[in-house]
Ligand binder design. Structure first.
Ligand code: ZN
Length: 430
């Protein structure tokens, strides 16, 4: 499979070691820039500000700091020769915009745009588009919509703080989700009282090793790994096994141009929608989707631009509205989504699927301080297609992991006729 053109592919799926005799391949993913360059810290010092403010859910700031240090410690074991991670504590009220600080904090304000009400935690990674160098990373743990604990023995039906911090710290290092590996820290779902993510799986360790030990990255400005993503390989599993065996150790630089793919240690997969990053979201029933939406419209994406908001790249899509849930429809509306690339700077947030220009959509949107954003990330986005003159609505939740009642499952494509959709969301919505 040839990789897609620049900008179409957000995730590099790397195939790690083959496990002993089982023949089961580990599969982890790392984050990449729009042109496919791995996103990671360059060697050197990384200072992390721990801002847990006042006590929350019975967790004192000092206890939360201890949990955060422990998670960095777990990830840091294999990184020490590359990253010197140190911590600052004591400063409170730190934000998640571009401020040059790497902040790990509680989200305690329902109006805080960096708190997604349906996600346990979110990591915001800002990087240099030319080299993939991470410039800043912020982790926000959702203290508004979820209850937290630090106690393994008495979790009281809450979420374990260290468990989710371990996962978000993986994102902070540039690692994406391991969707197929339920036991891994980077599996994109966590149940209440779950603590297994505190310790890394081999899959997680392999991802960190790949990013920080196996690929040679030069100083900012250099871009030696860009070449990596131009290697071609086959989707055939037999060849893939050969590629893994031959390629996984030490062959991180392409040695042959095309055809065999034997110099490639990984496979680049681009989903049909151009993105395959995953997210963990609370699954919304149709009635909840409707109830959480401040605005519901049908329209076509006619324009899209990336702007800087608080220094953070934000994708703004303009929708020409044809139908809406209100009596008087606006002619156009703007929809904001975190992430994008502008002026050499990029922001990536797991689970955000940007709208595509030219698509006709039904959008469930919530009003935030700065504008309208999709409800439940991909859950609030339906594409309208016409088949034999009839409208068909299609929602693509692939790459999203949805949780409900302590269970997690991978999202799928939902397809409905207009009649079915109207029944789904309630009649006369649009
Ligand atoms: Zn995640």
């Amino acid at each position: 499979m040839r990789i897609s053109p620049a900008g179409a592919c957000r995730t590099i799926v790397a195939l790690g070691v083959i496990l002993g005799f089982s023949g089961i391949a580990e599969a982890w993913e790392i984050k990449s820039t729009g042109n496919g360059t791995p996103i990671r810290w360059m060697d050197g010092d990384v200072t992390v500000d721990l801002d847990f403010g006042a006590e929350l859910h019975g967790i004192a700031a000092g206890d939360a700091e201890r949990e955060a240090r422990a998670t960095f410690g777990a990830w840091g074991q294999g990184l020490e020769s590359h990253l010197a991670i140190s911590f600052e504590v004591g400063e409170t009220g730190l934000g998640t915009g571009r401020d040059g600080l790497n902040v790990v904090r509680w989200g305690t304000d329902a109006d805080d745009e960096h708190v997604d009400p349906l996600a346990l935690g979110t990591t915001y990674l800002t990087y240099r588009t030319s080299s993939g160098q991470i410039l800043e990373a912020d982790i926000v743990v959702n203290g508004v919509n979820y209850e937290w604990t630090t106690s393994e023995s008495d979790c009281s039906d809450r979420y374990d703080l260290q468990n989710i911090l371990a996962h978000e710290t993986g994102h902070l290092l540039g690692i994406a989700h391991s969707v197929d590996h339920y036991e891994s820290t980077m599996f994109p779902s966590a149940a209440k009282c779950e603590t297994k993510k505190r310790g890394l799986s081999i899959d997680d360790q392999d991802a960190a090793t790949f990013l920080y030990d196996s690929i040679a990255l030069e100083a900012p400005g250099g871009n030696p790994v860009e070449e990596l993503v131009n290697c071609s390989t086959s989707g055939d599993s037999g060849l893939l096994g050969a590629v893994m065996l031959l390629g996984v150790v030490g062959l991180m630089r392409r040695r042959s141009v095309a055809g065999t793919g034997l110099g490639c240690a990984f496979l680049v997969i681009c989903g049909a929608s151009g993105t395959s990053d995953a997210s963990t979201l609370l699954h919304l029933e149709a009635s909840e989707l409707v109830a959480r939406a401040d605005v519901v419209v049908q329209g076509t994406v006619v324009k899209q631009e990336v702007i800087l908001a608080n220094g953070q790249p934000t994708t703004v899509s303009t929708i020409a509205v044809v139908r809406c849930a209100e009596k008087a429809c606006p002619g156009t509306i703007s929809v904001r989504q975190f992430g994008g690339e502008i002026g050499g700077i990029g922001l990536i947030v797991s689970g955000v699927h940007h709208l595509e220009v030219g698509r006709e959509l039904v959008l469930f949107l919530r009003q935030t301080k700065s504008g309208l954003r999709p409800v439940g990330r991909a859950q609030g986005i339906f594409e309208v297609r016409r088949e034999n003159g009839r409208e068909v609505l299609r929602r693509d939740l692939r790459g999203s992991v949805l949780t409900r009642g302590g269970k997690a499952y991978e999202g799928r494509i939902n397809i409905m006729s207009r009649v079915q959709f109207d029944l789904f969301v309630g009649p006369n919505l649009l």
